[in-house]
Structure formats: C-alpha cells, structure tokens
Design a protein around this ligand. Structure first.
Ligand SMILES: Cc1cc2nc3c(=O)[nH]c(=O)nc-3n(C[C@H](O)[C@H](O)[C@H](O)COP(=O)(O)OP(=O)(O)OC[C@H]3O[C@@H](n4cnc5c(N)ncnc54)[C@H](O)[C@@H]3O)c2cc1C
Length: 378
C-alpha cells in the first residue's frame, strides 16, 4: 500500500497535537485509557473539542460534525488514545453510539442525542452482555414488553463499563418472546435514572477498568426510546460493533509504550540481554502492522465497501500488538511487574482488556476463517 496523508488530514493532526499539548496536564501521558473514565476535567476537555467540531469531525454537519473524512476519525483516535484517552467513556458515544443513532434514529432522537454527543455533554454506557450472553450475544434474555405507548424492560446486564457515570444506556432487549438467536431483538436508549434501573459495581482484577451489573426491574420507557424498527435491532448492532472494534486505536498507545521500553532498555544496557532487541523490533513491527490493517479498514469504509473482513483482521492485529508489548514489558521488568501501576502490570491488564472488551478476539478469528476459508463452524 502506498500511503500519504492529504494536506487537510495532516493539518488536522498537527492542530490536534498542539491542542492536546496545551490542554492536557502532564499526568495524562501516564494514564491508561479508561483509567479516568468520567470527570469534570473530561467534560471540560470534551466540550472544548466539541466547540472546535473536533469531537465528531467525521460526522455530517447537520448532526454536529464537520463532514471530515473517515481518516479524521482515526487521526483523532490515535492522538487521543496515545495521550491517555481524555474523552474518557465518551469514546463510545463518538465511535459507535452516535453513528447508530445517525443510521437508525428518528428525527427527534437525532435532534436530542447527536447534538449532546457532538458537544461533549453526555456519558453513555453499553448494555449488551448478560450472564449467558457474551460471545453468544444472541442468547440474551432481557425482555421488553410493549404496554400501550411504553415498553416494560426486565432482565440483567453484566460487565457494563462506566455505567456509574452514564446518563444513558444503549440497551438490547428481546421484544419477541417467541424469538431465538438474532431475531426479535430491539434497541432502547434508556436514561439510567429511570425507576427500576439499578447499577451495582463489580470488583475485578482489571482494576484499571470499571465494570457494573445492571438490573432492570419493570423499567418503563416510552416507545419513542426504541431505536430502529421493533425486532430488527440486530442489523443496527452489527454495524455499530464494526465501528466499535477498531474505534480505539490501541496500537498508538502500544507503540508509545514500546518506545518507552526501548529507551529504558537502552539506558539500562539491556539491549543485548535475552533477545530483548529482537523482541523490541517484534513489538514495533506488531504495532505498525495493526496500524496498517486499521488503515485498510478505514480505506474500505471511505470507499463505501464492506469492511467486515478488514475490521476483523485489524482487531486481531490490535490485540496481538497489545499482547506482544505486554510480554516484552513483563520480561523486561520481571518482579517489578507485580506492582500495580508498573509498566508490566498496566500493559498486561491493557492487553487482557483488549482481547475481550468489545467482543473476544477468538470470535474475530472465527469470522476471518469463515470469510477466507468458507466452512468453519458450520
Ligand atoms: C474490559 C471489558 C469491557 C467490557 N465492557 C462491556 C460493556 O460496556 N458492555 C457490555 O455489554 N459488555 C462488556 N464487556 C463484556 C464483553 O463484551 C464480553 O466479555 C465478551 O463478549 C465475551 O463474553 P463472555 O465474557 O461471556 O465470555 P464467553 O463468551 O463465555 O467466552 C469465554 C472465552 O471462550 C471463547 N469462546 C467463546 N465462544 C467461542 C467460539 N465460538 N469460538 C472460539 N472461542 C470462543 C472466547 O473467545 C473467550 O475467550 C466487557 C468486557 C471486558 C473484558
């Protein structure tokens, strides 16, 4: 692939870099994306980005974007991700919740939600996974039953990231009780302060990430909160997930960590120890490979082509580069890596999150096999 940035994209990146340098306190460069998911600082930072049209530069103008190219979406992600992700959990709104509302929302839903997202005013969370429905999301049981102009939602969601700070939840629920699999599922845009909606934090070894259990007990929502046609939520979700899978350019931060590891190895005279030089090169190459595969997916998107295969390949490469960098950090720092906050410890947890959050990497391998080889899993 021959690759060069267009002038407007290169300008966008350099202005963004300058903005990040001016606006972000020094301590952010040591934060792991997600470590500070929601705060007054994040709201202030995102509002400043929103004022410049830089929170959603790739969205259409009428929805609060600047009609920029899909490349600006990835430039934004790369710059902010490697700076500790100062959008906090708002990355979800920008990457896939907003686009899902653009695709499937009513004019009222678009008017209300997209402006708030593009101005940086609101945190959302994602209510998909359940106890028996993670990889096999189509196994979900949470139900929504129509009652006049309302739906009544009952059920439980697990592993919901950053729900404690969220004002809305993007909820999947089964609206056809007779249905199985991907059929009969609808999406609801549910305010988290609706009576019957309970949030309970789940402690986890991934202490850099906040998980929650959501319980829905006779949660009544207006029918107007349903996104898209009844029983047809799956199509909207599939597209949203494709945006989610490459929405966090983790390779940008992994490359930054690799650069730090190289400097430390050099300073401490470790480059000739235990193949560290080779493993550093392997880590650098993995980050570069992940970046190029993401660029291929963005290229497919910008040409209006199906991007499913490219997205799966890119996601696997992203997880691999996180893991290669984690292995290297663990090897270099050995016992020090046990300490919370150390580079080895943090990178290990980051790589664990990468392999499961947004769907497990093994499932992406299945999808690649199906796409390239045909019959796997049938
Ligand atoms: C950091 C993080 C953040 C998350 N945030 C959210 C959130 O905000 N909202 C939300 O709804 N969910 C969230 N999740 C949940 C996440 O989507 C699920 O963990 C994921 O889909 C896997 O489901 P599971 O945990 O039930 O594992 P399982 O589906 O039980 O899978 C367990 C293991 O088996 C493997 N496996 C399962 N089926 C197959 C198969 N067919 N072929 C090969 N291997 C297979 C998987 O790859 C995995 O390694 C988050 C998870 C993490 C780790």
């Amino acid at each position: 692939m021959e690759f060069g940035w267009r002038d407007e994209d290169a300008d966008f990146r350099s202005q963004l870099k300058e903005f990040v340098t001016d606006e972000l306190p020094e301590r952010w460069s040591d934060l792991i994306p997600g470590e500070e998911p929601a705060s007054d600082f994040i709201l202030g930072f995102c509002r400043k980005l929103g004022d410049k049209g830089w929170l959603t530069p790739h969205w259409p103008v009428e929805y609060g974007g600047a009609a920029g190219s899909p490349w600006q979406f990835i430039i934004l992600g790369e710059e902010l991700w490697s700076a500790g992700e100062p959008r906090g959990s708002q990355y979800m709104n920008v990457n896939w919740i907003g686009p899902a509302i653009i695709n499937a929302g009513t004019p009222e839903q678009r008017d209300y939600h997209l402006g708030r997202i593009s101005r940086g005013d609101v945190f959302w969370c994602q209510g998909f996974s359940e106890a028996e429905a993670g990889t096999d999301l189509a196994n979900m049981r949470t139900s929504a039953v129509r009652d006049g102009e309302e739906y009544i939602i009952n059920g439980e969601k697990l592993w919901t990231s950053y729900a404690g700070e969220a004002e809305f939840c993007f909820v999947l629920a089964r609206t056809d009780p007779e249905s199985t699999g991907n059929e009969g599922i609808s999406i609801f845009l549910v305010p988290t302060d609706t009576p019957g909606f309970a949030i309970e934090p789940i402690p986890s070894v991934l202490d850099i990430h906040e998980f929650n259990r959501l319980t829905f007990t006779n949660v009544r929502v207006p029918a107007a909160t349903r996104l898209g046609p009844e029983n047809s939520g799956w199509k909207v979700v599939r597209e949203a997930l494709s945006h989610e899978r490459i929405g966090g350019p983790r390779y940008a931060r992994a490359a930054l960590v690799t650069g730090r590891l190289r400097r430390i190895a050099d300073e401490r005279g470790w480059l000739d120890r235990d193949g560290i030089k080779t493993r550093l090169a392997e880590a650098e190459a993995s980050c570069e490979a992940a970046k190029l595969l993401v660029y291929q997916a963005i290229h497919a998107r910008s040409c209006g082509r199906s991007e499913n295969l490219e997205v799966s390949l890119a996601r696997v490469a992203i997880v691999r580069c996180e893991r290669v960098v984690a292995d290297l950090a663990l090897q270099m720092f050995e016992d020090e890596s046990i300490e919370r906050g150390s580079m080895g410890n943090s990178q290990l947890k980051t790589s664990m999150i990468a392999g499961l959050g947004g769907g497990s990497v093994e499932v992406q391998l299945n999808m690649i096999a199906r796409s390239l080889l045909g019959a796997v899993g049938r």
